[in-house]
Design a protein. Structure first.
Lengths: 347, 405
């Protein structure tokens, strides 16, 4: 499985494609004139959400796809990142951009520390251990002694950053570019990491931990550090989410969020970097479109009862997994491969 | 073209005289001669999905209005109620979708304290009415800071005031013990309770115990409260803990004057599990009729409501309180929209919502009235006391409110 998808991450081939793609994303805010008045800011806001999810999935992918450790608890690191940013902005008066590296560091440390007990656990057991993180963190955020800082159940309301005047951008345009720049930096960093010695070691551990150990790779160190980096990247996305939504509360970081990251990862394609972007977009789009499909079915067939949107979501997911078992990116690559091999056979 | 006062007047009178009121309509985005677009966010999935009942019932009501009466003032209602899963970031996203993409006229009865907090600033910036917020927190009535946000139900603070007033008037030499949930709700109730007790009220409180939502039981807190020698028990809990507390109080033979907050006064979810025998004489407060009570069987409003439920929302569980409260608030909205007539601008909707006088709505208890003004954004701030007798709450005494002593 991984052999196919690794090519995107490790070989030099699609670099031009990637640059073109990012450039296209950067041009999106100029598409305003093609959309009905007033709603464009909303689409940009959705774009922000997609990029934020993509970064979170990138962090998760590093852990699951490239290092073979399963986590069901990345919503916890997302929450820690979001609260780090919120608390620094709210109580210390920090500018929004300065909170991003701090969120990354705090989450790196948290993830690194959690990586130690995780060493003893593998596969399903690790999944269960991380699962407890996802359950515990929202509760801990409500914990009274730290309630002064976290705002308890009520959460913290933030001021949404305005675009600096010299940019001449609207608020949503500006925040979109903020998310885009952070995404590009994160993807670039992960790509470089994976191409280097460290990346090869991570993947060797995933493919066969004992063999990797025999070859002189310090598996314990690589596993804990990978956990830390993974958590750090997800923490950055959490901080971005706090900045763009301008509100954090414990109920924002439920287990459902952790599961949706995992769904995005699997749908996009495990161990695929472009897959992270697809997964991020998928999470945002599919929930909204299953609601619209539900409404459409109700009005078209004049049904008296609602079609449950989550059932439609489930059916879509099953169908997708049936036709593209390696995720959308895996599916695209399979098609691409078939096309190129056929061409080669022709005389 | 130059507009003189005369030409404007002439134009206006022609518009009025032509009799086609529609032609003179003034509209904000989301309203037109034929349609009123109303948005809402509701938890249909997730932790709080039980509350989703309200949104489904309101969708059924608007369907009924559209099909039997052609909507309101000749305009069909286009009701867009979206599932936010009780997650604030999702609420923000969907609210932006409603306002910017779907262009709704108002955000009606969005549910959840945190979810509403997350969108309050945004809606006020955009000047979109956040009309009749579905939350009991006391922060929705601040017209100076948030002129586009207005609450609906009696808030926790008001309720706390009312218990304190009743207690001061009826309990001799009160020694009060409080059990409260350690969160915003508990604090809101407590603030109101202190306000109602007055200056030297704090001296009357002999014990004040808290618990966390995550605690397994409140047994030890109850023992601690009884040992304080209190003769009055103010029970500020959510359903699960209320049932535990009522049971434990009876078990240890403590017989205080027991005040139970309305949040936890559900017969099905609290009193029955705690045992009706254990709960006799407990006092709470209400503003809606208890439709499960046979006493109201012949009440005209209850009959109409039951028929509506049977015809338009047959799969709903009529025992669920949300089916009543969501129906009452929609009657309030209907009143506001009818009052607006053909001036369906967001400004006028807020103006009408802030000038309701002594409005009585179906299924509210006799004596409860909706009142608002430009400075009062708490539409319902009256309650009536009720005591558990047998298997039902029995309403007694005068209508109580926050202002009147």
């Amino acid at each position: 499985m991984a052999a196919v998808t690794n090519s995107w991450a490790t070989k030099g081939g699609p670099g031009v494609v990637a640059i073109a793609f990012w450039a296209l994303l950067a041009l999106l805010p100029f598409g305003e004139r093609f959309v009905a008045e007033g709603s464009f800011d909303y689409y940009l806001f959705m774009g922000q959400a997609m990029l934020i999810n993509a970064i979170a999935i990138l962090g998760l992918n590093l852990l699951i796809g490239f290092n073979g450790q399963i986590s069901l608890g990345h919503s916890a690191f997302f929450a820690v990142g979001a609260y780090t940013a919120a608390i620094l902005m709210n109580f210390a008066g920090w500018p929004y951009w300065a909170t991003l590296p701090i969120a990354a560091i705090v989450c790196f440390v948290a993830g690194y520390l959690f990586g130690f007990p995780a060493l003893k656990l593998e596969g399903h057991y690790l999944a269960l251990a991380t699962f407890t993180l996802a359950i515990a963190v929202p509760q801990l955020l409500k914990y009274k002694p730290i309630g002064k800082w976290t705002g308890g159940v009520g959460g913290l309301l933030l001021d949404k950053p305005e675009a600096p005047e010299w940019t001449g951008l609207g608020q949503d345009q500006f925040l979109y570019y903020l998310c885009l720049i952070v995404s590009i930096l994160s993807f670039w960093a992960v790509r470089n990491l994976l191409r280097g010695r460290g990346g090869r070691a991570m993947m060797a551990i995933r493919d066969h931990a004992m063999a990797a150990g025999t070859m002189g790779i310090d598996t314990a160190r690589y596993k804990t550090v990978t956990f830390g980096i993974s958590a750090g990247i997800t923490g950055i996305s959490g901080a971005l989410s706090a900045i763009t939504v301008a509100f954090v509360a414990p109920d924002s970081f439920t287990l459902q969020l952790a599961v949706s990251f995992l769904v995005g990862l699997v749908v996009g394609g495990i161990a695929s970097l472009p897959g992270c972007l697809i997964g991020g977009a998928f999470i945002v789009l599919i929930q909204n479109s299953s609601q619209s499909i539900s409404d459409w079915m109700k009005s078209t067939f004049s049904l008296r009862y609602d079609v449950p949107a989550w059932a439609i979501y489930g059916v879509l997911l099953i169908a997708l997994m049936y036709f593209m078992p390696r995720g959308i990116m895996g599916g695209i690559e399979a098609v691409f491969q078939r096309l190129t091999t056929r061409r080669e056979r022709q005389p | 073209m130059k507009l003189t006062r005369r030409s404007v007047l002439a134009g206006a009178s022609i518009a009025i005289l032509s009799g086609r009121a529609h032609a003179a309509g003034k509209y904000s985005p989301g309203a037109s001669d034929t349609e009123i677009k109303i948005g809402q966010t509701m938890p249909y999935s997730g932790n709080a999905s039980a509350y989703g009942v309200a949104g489904r019932n309101q969708a059924a009501y608007f369907r009924m209005l559209n099909e039997t009466q052609g909507g309101i003032n000749g305009r069909k209602i286009n009701f867009i109620s979206l599932d936010d899963g009780y997650s604030p970031p999702k609420t923000v996203e969907l609210t932006r979708q409603l306002v910017e993409r779907d262009q709704v006229l108002i955000d009606f009865y969005p549910l959840g304290t945190q979810c509403n907090t997350a969108i309050q600033k945004y809606l006020n910036q955009k000047k979109v009415p956040q009309l009749f917020v579905a939350s009991g927190a006391s922060k929705w009535g601040k017209p100076k800071e948030f002129p586009w946000t207005i609450g609906w139900q009696p808030d926790y603070h008001t309720e706390g005031v009312i218990y304190a007033k009743h207690l001061k008037a009826n309990v001799k030499d009160p020694k009060i013990a409080i059990l409260r949930q350690n969160d915003d709700m508990g604090n809101d109730y407590l603030d109101g309770f202190y306000e109602g007790l007055g200056e030297d009220g704090k001296k009357l409180i002999v014990a004040d115990a808290t618990y966390e939502v995550t605690d397994p039981t409140v047994d030890s807190q109850i023992l601690q409260l009884r040992n304080s020698g209190a003769n009055t028990f103010f029970n500020v809990t959510t359903p699960k803990f209320a049932a535990q507390a009522i049971k434990k109080v009876a078990e240890i033979g403590w017989k205080p004057n027991h005040y139970l907050v309305a949040v936890a006064a559900s017969l099905g979810a609290v009193i029955r599990p705690a045992g009706f025998d254990n709960a006799q004489g407990i006092i709470t407060s209400q503003f809606l009729k208890d439709v499960t009570d046979p006493r109201w069987d012949n009440d005209e409003d209850v009959k109409v409501w039951r028929k509506f439920m049977a015809d338009w929302n047959p799969t709903a569980n009529v025992m669920e309180g949300s089916n009543v409260s969501s129906y009452v608030v929609i009657k309030g909205l209907e009143h506001v929209l009818r009052k607006c007539g053909d001036d369906l601008t967001r400004e006028n909707i807020m103006r009408q919502a802030a000038s309701i006088k002594d409005l009585e709505l179906p299924l509210m208890l006799p004596g409860i009235k909706v009142n608002t003004s430009p400075t009062n954004f708490y539409p319902i701030n009256q309650l009536r006391m009720a005591k558990l007798e047998g298997e039902h709450w029995v309403v007694f005494g005068e209508t109580m409110s926050r202002d009147a002593v």
